[in-house]
Structure formats: structure tokens, C-alpha cells
Design a protein around this ligand. Structure first.
Ligand code: IMP
Length: 198
């Protein structure tokens, strides 16, 4: 089976991506690959951060790999937290600190529209390819559900009444930004296996 290193330390993301990719490829997390580094996210766009992460791991391992960067873009906050989603309330904060700040900043606002955007950066045979997935929905004003991670307890995707945190992983995958970007990654990999020169 073709092996792909997934450049993340976020175990939730590893589980989501593994559930999406199934047995088609062997997805190996950084931990499983024995790589213990904190990958920087210094840029102002998801695209640049995704590239930074995959290049960092490619330079270290010289192996096919991919990364992803995700942000929650909220209309009433001019697209924030966006690329800063992981650090919205500051460096080294918990998911709940970020979520609390989001709800405080949205207090009293009637426009609750938001979208998750995922950018995947694949490095296959030394060349980079990007894939994007967007899930539109809204941010509710209190937390519901205990599954998932990050902003899942307050995000309701269009077409559902449940928050992501009230869904099983399979239900979340039906709607999710990460699923949409991963579907493109899979389609690309199916057409361009690791031995191709693409
Ligand atoms: P990053 O892609 O690791 O920079 O993640 C950005 C932040 O967005 C994470 O720390 C989470 O708080 C949040 N996030 C990313 N993906 C999801 C998701 O699928 N659901 C809820 N929050 C997410």
C-alpha cells in the first residue's frame, strides 16, 4: 500500500482523515513516523501555512506527504478567526479558550453565517498540489454536543440542525470541509499514483 505521511500533531485530524481515506493509502501520522516537531504556521493564509507544513516534513523525510490547514471564517467578524483559528485567544491556548472568545465576539450579532475552509497541500514526488474544501453554516450562541474538536460544538452546517459536535464522525464527514478537500486529494492520488511523474 502506498504510504503518505500526514504532517499534523492533531490526533482528531488524523482520525478524520484516516476514516476518509480508508484502505486506499497508508496514512502515517507524525507520531507514527517518529517525527517529534511542532510545525510552524507563520503565514497570513491557509494556503501558505499548508505549504509550509508539507515542505517542512518533505525536507525532513524526502517522502510523499501532505498537510492541511483549516480555519473558521465568520462573516460578522470579517473572516476571523480564519487563519488564526488555532491561536484566536493567544498562543498555547485550549480549544475552549478559542471557542469562548468566538462566542463573546459574536454576542448580540444576528448575522451568524460562517464557513470552515480546509486547504490540503500534497507533496508527491517532490511537487506540490493543493486542494480546498469549504463547508458553509452558522455559529450558534451556545455549545451543543461533545464529539469532535475545536469549534465543533457551536458550528451547524447548512442542511442540518445538529452541531458537528452532536454528530458521529460519519455524519460530520457527510458535510465537512475536510471531507471535501480529502475527496479531491483521493481523486488526484487515484489518477496520479506515487510512481507517476506528475
Ligand atoms: P489548524 O489547521 O491546525 O491550524 O487548526 C486550526 C483550528 O481550527 C484548530 O485548532 C481548531 O480549533 C479549528 N478546527 C480545525 N478543523 C476543525 C473542525 O473540523 N472542527 C472544528 N474546529 C476545527
Amino acid at each position: 500500500m502506498e504510504k503518505l505521511i500526514f504532517a499534523t500533531n492533531n490526533q482528531n485530524k488524523v482520525e478524520e482523515i484516516k476514516s476518509l481515506i480508508g484502505d486506499l493509502f497508508e496514512v502515517v501520522s507524525l507520531k507514527e513516523a517518529g517525527i517529534d516537531i511542532e510545525i510552524p504556521e507563520p503565514h497570513n493564509t491557509l494556503e501558505e501555512n499548508a505549504t509550509e507544513k508539507s515542505r517542512t516534513i518533505y525536507q525532513l523525510t524526502n517522502q510523499n506527504c501532505f498537510s492541511e490547514d483549516t480555519g473558521l471564517e465568520v462573516a460578522a467578524l470579517n473572516g476571523e478567526p480564519g487563519v488564526k483559528s488555532a491561536r484566536y485567544a493567544g498562543e498555547a491556548v485550549s480549544f475552549s479558550n478559542n471557542l469562548d472568545k468566538l462566542l463573546i465576539n459574536l454576542k448580540g450579532k444576528t448575522d451568524r453565517r460562517a464557513q470552515f475552509k480546509t486547504v490540503i497541500s500534497l507533496i508527491l514526488n517532490g511537487k506540490e498540489h493543493q486542494f480546498t474544501g469549504i463547508c458553509q453554516g452558522r455559529v450558534i450562541d451556545f455549545e451543543r454536543g461533545t464529539n469532535g474538536f475545536g469549534y465543533d460544538p457551536v458550528f451547524v452546517p447548512d442542511g442540518s440542525d445538529k452541531t458537528f459536535a452532536e454528530m458521529t464522525l460519519e455524519e460530520k464527514n457527510f458535510f465537512s470541509h475536510r471531507k471535501k478537500a480529502t475527496a479531491q486529494l483521493l481523486a488526484f492520488l487515484s489518477l496520479n499514483g506515487k510512481n507517476s511523474s506528475i
